[in-house]
Each structure stands twice: as C-alpha cells, then as structure tokens.
Design a protein around this ligand. Structure first.
Ligand code: DGL
Length: 268
C-alpha cells in the first residue's frame, strides 16, 4: 500500500448521485474526514452497460482520485463493486471499501425465509452476486429483481412522479406477493427512494440498506491502517461530476443538504 497522510481525503465514487447516501453516512461518523466524491453521471447508469466499459470508467475515476492523493477509496456502487472491485484491487496499490447488497442482514431478520433484492441488471448477473446468494441462502429464498429505469429517475430527482411510483410497484409488489418480508436496497441510488418504497411496501416489510455498515467499515479500515484524521476541524466534501450543470448541482444539494457548495467538472 502507498504511504499516505492521515489528513488526506477519502475518495468516494459512484456511477452518479447514489453514492452520496454512502458519503453522507461516512460524514455522520467521521466528521473530520475530507471527502472527494466523483459522480460519473454523464455515463450513468452502469447497471446495463458492458463490463469492460464499467471497468474502464472505474479505472479513470480511481486514477483521478489517486492523483488527488486520497488515502482510501470507497466504491459506493454495488454494480461497480460486483463487476470489478477485485480487478481494481489487483491494479492499484490503495485500500478499497466496496458495497454489496445486504443479503445476510436481510436473511437474519426474515421471519418468512423469503427476501427480495432490488438491484441493477449487472449486479444480479455478476458471478460474485450469484456466489453470494448461493453461499448465504441455505433453505431460504432470495428473489432478485433488476430495476431498469429507476436510477435515471433518481438522477433526475423524480421521486414522486406517477412514472416512478409505477416502476416501484412493478418491481416490488411481485416480491412481496411471493412472501418477501425484507427488501434489500441493492443499489446505492435506491436509498433515496426509501420513503416511496416503504409506503408502497406497507409497514410489515422492512427495507435493508447497508450505508451505515459501509461507513463503519470505512472507519475500521482507517483505524486499522492508522490513517484516521486526528485534526478536529470540520471537514468538507468536494464534488466532481462528468455531468456538471446547474440542475445536477440542485439534485445533489437536495439529496445531501448543506454539504455540497459547488460541482467541479470530472473530465476523464
Ligand atoms: N448506485 C449504483 C449501484 O449501487 C447504480 C448503478 C447504475 O448506475 O446502474 O449499483
């Protein structure tokens, strides 16, 4: 691993705005860590794109973050984690924290023995996801649902439109009808639709979101590597995006109030 200063920033990236949910969870428990966030919103969603394209985009982002001398990179995207984090780990001498759907906590909490997973097409078809399900499911049932079109609604901040509600119903209700009592939000974007998903699911269904667990894991890695920032100043988040217009900034400020001042162009 590189030798890195404890006052260096943490790099966080996603195909778009979804990973802001992870960055916000990190900020809550690590208020003194600066964050450099990269959203590849001009290329979102990654969920239906070819694997080599996703890897290429992730490499461009990782190389940019390493040039900013971040001390750790959080891949705040299930799709990118499951598609290529092992390749990134082999290519770059920096610590990575990844995100994968919370199947284990969902199975632990399930009374019915059936859980539903909402995720992207690429997440569900990845070998790592299939292996994770095979390893954990035992006598339980894991119903996986690819949710085409939902990421685009969140990137556009269309939370309460009829079209978004219809998409949620289309993906969610068949899982509940088959007996799922836990619904895993297996894409970091979907956390921003939690109120809408909960409302449609009803109060007997629990949503599983791993943002807080990823933040705790980030803290543990910083402590283990001895690079937690000892400086007590309040930290900042610098936002870079491949889509860099006023509407995009408005969406980010809506999703993470009082944190994002400006958006810088990510040109790579
Ligand atoms: N936030 C990404 C994830 O967790 C979204 C994937 C996409 O861009 O399709 O999978």
């Amino acid at each position: 691993m590189l030798s890195i200063a404890s006052n260096a920033a943490i790099g966080v990236f996603d195909s778009g705005v979804g990973g802001l949910s992870i960055a916000a969870a990190i900020r809550k428990i690590l208020p003194h860590e600066n964050i450099i966030y990269v959203a590849d919103s001009a290329n979102a969603p990654y969920g239906g794109k070819a694997e080599h394209f996703v890897l290429q985009r992730c490499q461009a982002i990782v190389e940019f973050l390493m040039a900013q001398q971040v001390k750790l990179i959080v891949v705040a995207c299930n799709t990118a984690t499951l598609t290529c984090i092992s390749k990134l780990r082999a290519l770059y001498p920096i610590e990575f924290v990844g995100v994968e759907p919370g199947i284990k906590p969902a199975l632990n909490a399930s009374q019915s023995g059936t859980i539903g997973v909402l995720a992207t097409h690429n997440t569900i078809k990845s070998q790592q996801y299939q292996q994770l399900v095979a390893r954990l499911k035992s006598h339980n049932q894991v119903l996986s649902q690819a949710c085409h079109g939902l990421v685009e609604k969140i990137e556009a901040a269309e939370f309460d439109t009829v079209a978004t509600h219809e998409l949620i119903k289309q993906y969610l209700l068949p899982l509940i009808n088959e007996g799922a009592d836990q619904i895993v939000l297996g894409c970091t974007h979907y956390g921003f639709l939690s109120p809408q998903i909960s409302r449609i699911a009803g109060d007997k269904i629990q949503l599983i979101n791993t943002s807080d667990a990823i933040a705790r894991q980030t803290l543990a890695v910083l402590e283990r590597s001895g690079v937690k920032n000892s400086n007590q100043q309040n930290a900042k988040t610098l936002l870079y995006s491949s889509r860099c217009d006023a509407d995009f900034l408005t969406v980010c400020q809506l999703l993470w109030p009082n944190e994002i001042e400006q958006v810088y162009k990510f040109e790579h």
